[in-house]
Write a new protein. Structure first.
Lengths: 527, 398
């Protein structure tokens, strides 16, 4: 049918990965992107003249090594590993820094608790083992409970290795831990509030939960499984910005013969007799193909691009009930110089600004910050995740100038009072004031700034409720329950229509995995 | 404690038996007299007046009202003219029946739906992305069913509208004893009859007028016991008796499809997509697993069973709801289905039963055996597959 075998909706990184794999397998692929640039949320743009900002996603630390190799990304982009992987300045002028090197971190922890310092290496070893099992799940096509087939059993056998290596005791530990609040996990190991805060921050960075919420150990372990650092959070940048990575993905896909069209907004997915026939663009153009792959969120795909009245009632209900509820805002600053954090300068200082800085002075601080969100209010004392990418990659800003990117937690999408038009400037001021508490010279350095609230993220990047992962990355929306139970295998109720975005397993982060997994299943169906 | 319908002050005053049951959260009279048989006779020979207010009622309005109805029900709602009523089923995604009821088209983009079970949530679930307003109006209207051969003449005394021109499954807005009402010609008795909707504050006035004028038309208030007998005579299915709702069934085996219930005529596979269409299309292609049939028990054979036990024949004095095994053979070896409700029909002098059997036994005239228990012994009593409705007087439509 027509000139294309496969239409891919959106040119986010997962779509581009899927395009790369499908084109490599000989499929005639056309990628349709609504915006003028490829990359989706993994883009880099000059929001301020001369400053290259990665407005939404910025870490390359989750990218799958296999995807990197298969799509020959290594030769096209330079990935800069960051070390330290997290620094927590404290209000009392002290700080804790976590390094890639465990021995070095142990020394840092000793300043807060010798007991914790002694346990930290054991903790790292135990968590690495447990995360290994979750890692095994990432590349698997989820099983379809309750109808498990032979293929599922074969796939599950692949998991047997890491599980057996774990040992019976640790399997029990894994099952016990997944639904546990991360604060409970950390309380079992450590006494230092500062250390617990530094570790817990990454567990709640991408979910609308506090560390006392059930299932946050899952997000903690999930991050651990994905991270390039082999620890609880990733810390890598792409030279030139994350947009370079998606540009390279697009180049690879083009190299394999894929056609990538920008400014091509898909208005509807066309279906006849339960089978996909192609798409219609906003300009009225129709493009036909037997296979359509959507990189858009499940909500956009099923409830906007498809006509929901042609889908089963239970399916629509489930899709409608997927939790998005974004609570992170992104803020970017163009700076005339480097901010100074006196608390960090007091310790082991070499290059501390190379790594992410977490304004999460204690685990209680994180929970308090979340508590506001439960009632639809932004945190009065937020948790900030700060990166000054220009330290590791000066090419992002004019000489001597710096960029700062901040993830602001928590700023709930749905506000109890007011709207983001009004609340936005208040939050922007709060962020500046909060950073100034730790870096007094910071306000004086600001040349320009921009804030993306969850509402802005939804509008600009088609992220429902401003959730950057196309659905909360929670235990109840993981694996065979992502995006919804019964449809976790990249296929949809419409024959020929597939999903490849982070709304499916294994979810968010610039991993390339949903795209790779989806491409594998699509090729399997074609056999 | 159950609630009172808008007619309760009147029904309670007349309810000598004080034999109330709960129906969808409301008090509902089983019988008004101590015995139901006068009420039964009134329905078939004069008229019976039922308080059917507990029916769940919904208004569906808006640009996509037809689209929503068409997504939910198995019939083609676009074919339902304004002022017309459809009796229809609605199914789940697997084509299993959730409920049956009526859909009345009050305007181009305005429907009224009645249901035996709460349906608001289902309507809302299916209205996703549609421009439609769904309102539950169960409490906003009291409802009466006036059923029986004299019902038209009785009703005509109280309204200026010309009821002789009101066709079967059509309705009109008029005044009854000065009260604005919606009158539709349909019912659950298989007889000539009407359903009357009025606002709660005016319900007593409507009731009083009907009862007062009804004296000359052999009208009696009638309860659920008599109603169940006449609905079986009329071959009409009862939820939780002849079938279970797919939304509350505990097990797959309890679910049924419209084809299995003899309601295949109301499944429009040609219309645009509706819930369960795919599954129903597949079922239609392969044929249903069971068929709903009318059975007439061989009363003489049943009498012999009683005689074997040195007893005179005993027939059910009122209807029963049960699941009795049905066999193809008198030895009770080959189980082919079930009998789900039955009654002795005083007006027909026949023992009629509604059941479901394997398709090869559904042909009119087929002899099957229904289990009957006499003196703690089980017998296979011959029965014949007969046409339903068992009782179908021309006046119903005429």
């Amino acid at each position: 049918m027509g000139n294309n075998d496969v239409i891919i909706i959106g040119a986010g990184h997962n779509s581009l990965v899927a395009a790369g794999y499908l084109a490599k397998a000989g499929r005639r692929v056309v990628v349709l992107e609504e915006r003028s640039v490829v990359g989706g949320t993994a883009i880099t743009e000059e929001t301020f003249p001369g400053f290259k900002i990665s407005p939404v996603a910025d870490t390359a630390g989750y990218l799958s090594d296999e995807v990197k190799a298969d799509l020959k990304l290594d030769s096209q982009v330079e990935i800069i590993p960051l070390d330290p992987i997290a620094s927590s300045p404290e209000p009392d002028g002290t700080h804790l820094t976590i390094w890639r090197d465990t021995a070095r971190t142990v020394k840092e922890i000793e300043r807060f608790s010798p007991a914790d310092a002694a346990k930290y290496p054991v903790f790292v070893e135990r968590m690495t083992k447990i995360a290994g099992v979750v890692k095994g799940l990432l590349k698997m096509t989820p099983i379809d409970l309750p109808s498990v087939g032979l293929a599922d059993i074969r796939a599950a056998l692949g998991l047997a290795g890491p599980v057996l290596k774990l040992g019976r005791k640790n399997i029990n530990e894994l099952l016990r831990l997944l639904p546990t609040p991360v604060e409970d996990l950390l309380n079992e190991w450590f006494e230092s509030e500062v250390l617990k805060g530094a570790l817990a921050a990454s567990a709640v960075k991408d979910v609308t939960w506090g560390p006392q919420e059930t299932g946050t150990t899952f997000t903690f372990i999930y991050n651990w499984a994905l991270s390039d650092t082999g620890l609880f959070r990733s810390a890598s940048l792409v030279k030139g910005g994350i947009g370079e990575l998606t540009k390279a993905m697009a180049e690879t896909a083009r190299g394999f013969g894929a056609q990538i069209r920008t400014d091509a907004e898909v208005k509807s997915i066309d279906v006849e007799q339960g089978k996909v026939t192609g798409v219609t663009l906003a300009n009225g153009e129709t493009i036909q193909a037997d296979v359509v792959v959507s990189g858009a969120s499940p909500r956009t795909t099923f409830l906007e691009l498809l006509d929901a009245r042609y889908l089963d009632t239970f399916f629509v209900r489930h899709v409608h009930n997927i939790k998005y509820r974004g609570s992170a805002s992104r803020m970017h600053f163009a700076l005339s110089g480097l901010p100074e954090f006196p608390a960090l300068a007091g310790g082991e200082t070499d290059g501390y600004l190379r790594g992410p800085i977490q304004i999460a002075p204690s685990i209680t601080h994180l929970q308090r910050a979340f508590d506001h969100t439960k009632y639809g209010r932004p945190s009065s004392a937020p948790y900030l995740d700060i990166v000054v990418p220009t330290v590791a990659d000066p090419s992002l800003a004019p000489s001597g100038k710096h960029l700062m990117s901040v993830t602001v937690k928590y700023t709930p999408y749905a506000l109890r009072d007011g709207n983001w038009g009004v609340k936005g400037p208040e939050i922007a001021k709060l962020v500046v004031d909060t950073i100034a508490e730790y870096a007094p010279n910071f306000p004086g350095l600001i040349v320009d700034q921009t804030l993306l609230t969850p509402v802005d993220l939804e509008t600009a990047y088609d992220l429902p409720e401003g959730n950057i992962n196309h659905g909360e990355m929670t235990l109840d929306q993981f694996f065979h329950m992502r995006p919804i139970p019964g449809y976790a295998r990249y296929r949809t109720p419409v024959e020929g229509l597939y999903l490849c975005g982070p709304g499916c397993h294994p979810g968010g982060g610039v991993t390339g995995l949903p795209g790779q997994n989806a491409a594998r299943e699509i090729l399997k169906d074609a056999k | 404690m159950p609630r009172q319908t808008p007619f309760h002050s009147r029904t309670n005053a007349l309810c000598e038996s004080q034999n109330w049951v709960e129906w969808s959260g409301f008090f509902s009279a089983q019988t008004y007299e101590m015995d139901h048989i006068h009420e039964y006779n009134a329905i078939r020979l004069g008229a019976g007046l039922f308080d059917v207010s507990p029916l769940f009622k919904y208004f569906i309005r808006g640009r996509d009202a037809v689209a929503l109805m068409n997504r939910v029900i198995t019939r083609d709602a676009s074919k339902c003219g304004v002022g017309q009523i459809f009796y229809t089923a609605w199914c789940d995604d697997e084509g299993k029946i959730i409920d049956d009821g009526t859909v009345a088209r009050l305007g181009d983009d305005f429907f009224r739906m009645t249901a035996a079970t709460p349906t608001l949530c289902w309507l809302q679930d299916n209205a996703f992305g549609m421009e439609v307003e769904i309102e539950e109006v169960t409490d906003a209207y009291g409802a009466l069913a006036l059923q029986g051969p004299t019902s038209r003449d009785l009703l005509q005394q109280l309204t200026d509208a010309d009821l002789s021109s009101l066709k079967y499954f059509r309705m009109l807005e008029t005044k009854l004893a000065g009260v604005p009402v919606n009158i539709s010609r349909n019912g659950y008795t298989g007889d000539l009859g009407y359903e009357i909707f009025a606002e709660p504050g005016q319900c007593e006035k409507v009731w009083d007028a009907l009862i007062e004028t009804g004296v000359a038309y052999k009208l009696m208030p009638a309860g659920m016991v008599a109603l169940d007998m006449v609905r079986i005579e009329a071959g009409m299915l009862l939820l939780d008796a002849d079938f279970h709702s797919a939304s509350t069934a505990m097990f797959e085996v309890e679910k049924t499809s419209p084809y299995e219930l003899g309601l295949g005529w109301m499944v429009n596979l040609k219309k645009d997509h509706f819930v369960g269409q795919g599954a129903l299309r597949r079922e239609n292609a392969r044929g249903p697993a069971t068929c709903t049939v009318g059975l007439e028990i061989d009363v003489l054979a049943l009498e012999k069973v009683f005689v074997q036990n040195s007893m005179p024949l005993q027939l059910p004095y009122q209807s029963w709801v049960d699941t009795l095994p049905v066999y193809s053979d008198s030895d009770q070896r080959d189980h082919i289905g079930r009998a789900t409700s039955g009654t002795w029909s005083p007006v027909m002098k026949k023992y009629v039963v509604i059941g479901r059997v394997k398709p090869q036994y559904a042909k009119i005239g087929t002899q099957v055996y229904v289990e009957q228990t006499v003196e703690a012994r089980r017998y296979a009593v011959p029965a014949t597959v007969v046409k339903m409705p068992f009782f179908d007087p021309p006046r119903k439509r005429g």
